[in-house]
Write a protein that binds this ligand. Structure first.
Ligand code: SAH
Length: 359
């Protein structure tokens, strides 16, 4: 299948000329037949990458605690949509819902919506979460506006396409993917004014050869979601690899079988992501009238929700081997040099008077 995808992309480039990184990423990941996410379950030891909820049940449990707490802060609405974007194997949501089993009013009020494009992952989600009668959609457009929304997105924003601008001889060029001798290769093309307008202030002062990333697709998603929250009420939680201050850098990356590889190397059989520009997300949310919390590092967020106490409780009833696993998992999720320090957490809330936990 990845051969078909490569063939499709090459044909596209031959017919229409070099394509921007964003189009390349979006087709490579999301082509309805040949895209990386369409074909298989990429998550876990047998796949290409491991995510926080797959490391330990404690992660999803803490998100469950956050959701129930936020629901109470929103005034315990009788009905609300509990939504997740890119739920992967459904592990996070299953752990979150199990952790809230003792709050029946929360569970009764929630109707579950899963926003997912991958048929392979939808099948896994259906097995894991089928008991909660979820509704699947491919876009947040369908979220009802007649009831508040609580939305979770872990490692979702990083899958939305970015575009890259490069400073060359005092002007902005856009990085493109073309073909050289039949193989994918990077090139440059003059950047459109629209794209340049998305750069942070002062970007033109950076030195020759500097890369900047902008993500019209991510901006559009966050803008749409905030408009939705403005009308429906509610809050959203984003957790991702990313940066707080906008600056130069090339974070477009590929991971295959738990190892980094070249982004043009294993097209169709490697996951492609780019770090999230949380400053851009912040600005869009504030402009859309949201109150924004964070970003804080994942370790601080999880600790403030009580992950260490949860780890102790689990350890009390665990075997020695399990105890060691709990300690390792806690370290990975909260350690400064591990996910705990690399991942960032940000929340947006439509009601400006509400404080949210974890920040
Ligand atoms: N949140 C999960 C999975 C992260 S992987 C976890 O933490 O384990 C990214 C997820 O986003 C996958 O489920 C993938 O299929 C989904 N996805 C990627 N692009 C998407 C898009 N444009 N719309 C909806 N889902 C998308």
């Amino acid at each position: 299948m990845s051969a078909e995808l490569r063939g499709y992309l090459k044909r596209h480039i031959i017919d229409h000329g070099p394509m921007d990184i964003g189009s390349f990423m979006s087709i490579a990941l999301g082509h309805p037949r040949y895209g990386y996410y369409m074909r298989k379950d990429p998550i876990g030891r047998a796949g290409d990458f491991t995510t926080a909820p797959e490391i330990s049940q404690m992660f999803g449990e803490m998100i469950g605690v956050w959701c129930a707490d936020t629901w109470v802060r929103l005034g315990s609405p009788d009905y609300f949509t509990l939504a997740e974007c890119g739920p992967g194997r459904g592990t996070l949501m299953a752990d979150a819902l199990r952790a809230t089993a003792r709050i029946p009013a929360f569970r009764h009020a929630a109707s579950l919506t899963l926003v997912e494009i991958s048929p392979a992952l939808k099948a896994v989600q259906s097995e894991v979460l089928g008991g909660y009668a979820p509704f699947w959609a491919e876009d947040i457009d369908i979220l009802l506006e007649s009831r508040p929304v609580l939305l979770i997105a872990n490692e979702f924003l990083d899958a939305l396409p970015v575009r890259q601008l490069v400073r060359v001889k005092g002007a902005w060029q856009e990085r493109m993917v073309g073909l050289v001798d039949g193989a994918f290769a990077f090139g440059l093309s003059p950047a459109s004014a629209e794209l340049v307008s998305l750069l942070p202030e002062g970007a033109e002062k950076e030195e020759e050869g500097s890369f900047f990333e902008v993500s019209p697709a991510r901006n559009l998603f966050v803008g749409k979601l905030c408009a939705k929250l403005e009308r429906a009420g509610g809050a959203a939680l984003f957790i991702d690899y990313g940066y707080d201050r906008r600056g130069p850098g090339d974070t477009f990356q590929a991971v295959r079988r738990h190892e980094f590889c070249g982004v043009l190397q294993h097209v169709g059989s490697a996951d492609l992501t780019a770090h999230v520009d949380f400053a851009a997300v912040h600005d869009i949310a504030v402009n859309a009238g949201m109150r924004v919390f964070g970003p804080v590092v994942q370790g601080a967020f999880l600790k403030s929700l009580g992950i260490e106490v949860r780890a102790q409780a689990l350890a009390r009833v665990a075997s020695d081997k399990q105890k060691a696993e709990i300690v390792t998992a806690l370290g990975r999720l909260t350690g400064d040099r591990q996910m705990g320090g690399l991942f960032r957490v940000m929340a947006v809330c439509a009601d400006k008077k509400i404080e949210l936990s974890g920040f």
